[in-house]
Write a protein of this length. Structure first.
Length: 329
């Protein structure tokens, strides 16, 4: 296959390295100097400095050349920008492209998920999302990882399997992009919550409670938006929530840890150096919950901390003061 990965951050680079062990891969970076440096050094010094590139991977900042690479019948485009760049990246592709995106979140401003943006920008494309519990550093290092390719187009999901399944990577398929994308967006917000709790040294009991109640919030929102309930028990729901909420490689979890130290959000983001999508999705998650009448107290608390309305301790106090209720109502 010929793959073109658009966006040379940590995750795009990691999956490009994994795919290039078997396919011909072009990694497109918008910054010409970064592309030239990566091509010479055979590594991405800024985002994934420890991972050397296989021979099948080449960097380019030449957009027409990168697009031509995956334009044939065996071609696949992979958009690896943050959510904020998805609309722009999709708009560069041919109308009948086969495309997967990797970002996890709601688009700021519109509140849309990836598959809704794709339906607007590229209605005739064959499109889907690749998501699941996956830290870029581990994938680039060839460590075992399971992902889900979700699309209403089963052939496109199968193409993702051909592109990435094999060796240490397992790719499952799903017909539920709504559930997969809601899981990916909400788990980032919940990872900020567990980072805050761990930063305040609230203990392991509190962490388990936040993960479990966070899963309940994620499932309620997803089902209200039309997702299949079973999706939230899978890799892109429970699986990614556990990884991101407990794994210290998570940027969203790190945001919570730093907020608990008392740092202001702009200082937290400056220290991170990578995107933390939960910061940008929290407002949409809280707004969607309100408009659909879904109870999401943890997500609302994270939103209020991020917007500066509450301190981390005040948010905790508000959660602990909630009325008793039945666990599954
Ligand atoms: N890093 C991971 O382990 C991981 C794993 C799974 C999913 N993801 C998701 O993948 C997406 C990308 O994450 P990442 O870790 O690669 O981010 P990153 O912060 O490492 O890199 C972001 C990259 O996107 C580029 N970029 C930023 N804004 C852009 C725009 N508007 N248009 C085009 N390019 C733009 C930056 O120049 C940079 O190269 C996020 O949605 C993230 O949630 C990341
Ligand atoms: O580092 P994070 O918090 O963006 O999480 C990365 C991946 O989404 C984990 O699956």
């Amino acid at each position: 296959m010929q793959l073109t990965v658009l966006g040379a951050g940590a995750w795009g680079t990691a999956l490009a390295i994994a795919a290039a062990r078997r396919h011909d891969v072009v990694l497109w970076a918008r910054d010409a100097a970064q592309a030239a440096d990566m091509q010479t050094a055979r590594r991405n010094a800024r985002y994934l400095p420890d991972s050397e590139w296989p021979a099948g991977l080449n960097a380019s900042s030449d957009l027409p050349q990168a697009l031509a690479h995956a334009a044939g019948p065996d071609g696949l485009y992979v958009v690896a920008t943050p959510m904020a760049g998805l609309r722009g990246a999709l708009s560069l592709l041919p109308a009948h492209a086969r495309v997967l995106w990797l970002c996890k979140g709601f688009e700021a401003g519109t509140g849309l998920l990836g598959h809704q943006i794709a339906a607007q920008v590229l209605p005739e494309a064959r499109a889907g999302v690749l998501s699941g519990p996956s830290f870029a550093q581990e994938v680039a290092a060839g460590m075992p990882t399971a992902l889900v390719a979700a699309s209403v187009d089963a052939d496109l999901a199968d193409m993702a399997v051909t592109a990435f399944h094999g060796g240490p990577l397992r790719i499952y398929t799903s017909p539920d992009p709504v559930g997969v994308e809601v899981g990916g967006a909400v788990k980032n917000v919940m990872a900020i919550a567990t980072g805050i709790a761990d930063g305040l040294a609230l203990g392991l009991n509190a962490r388990a409670a936040l993960i479990t109640r966070g899963l309940a919030e994620m499932s309620r929102l997803g089902v209200a938006m039309g997702a299949q309930p079973a999706t939230f028990m899978g890799l892109t729901g429970l699986g990614d929530l556990v990884l991101t909420a407990t794994g210290d490689l998570s940027r969203n979890r790190r945001v919570g840890l730093l907020l608990a130290e008392g740092l202001a959000l702009p200082d937290v983001l400056a220290r991170l150096g990578h995107v933390a999508e939960g910061v940008y999705s929290a407002a949409t998650v809280a707004a969607q919950a309100r408009s659909l009448g879904v109870d999401m107290p943890i997500a609302a608390a994270v939103h209020d901390v991020l917007s500066g309305e509450l301190s981390a301790r005040e948010a905790l106090g508000r959660l602990l003061q909630r009325e008793a209720r039945s666990e599954f109502s």
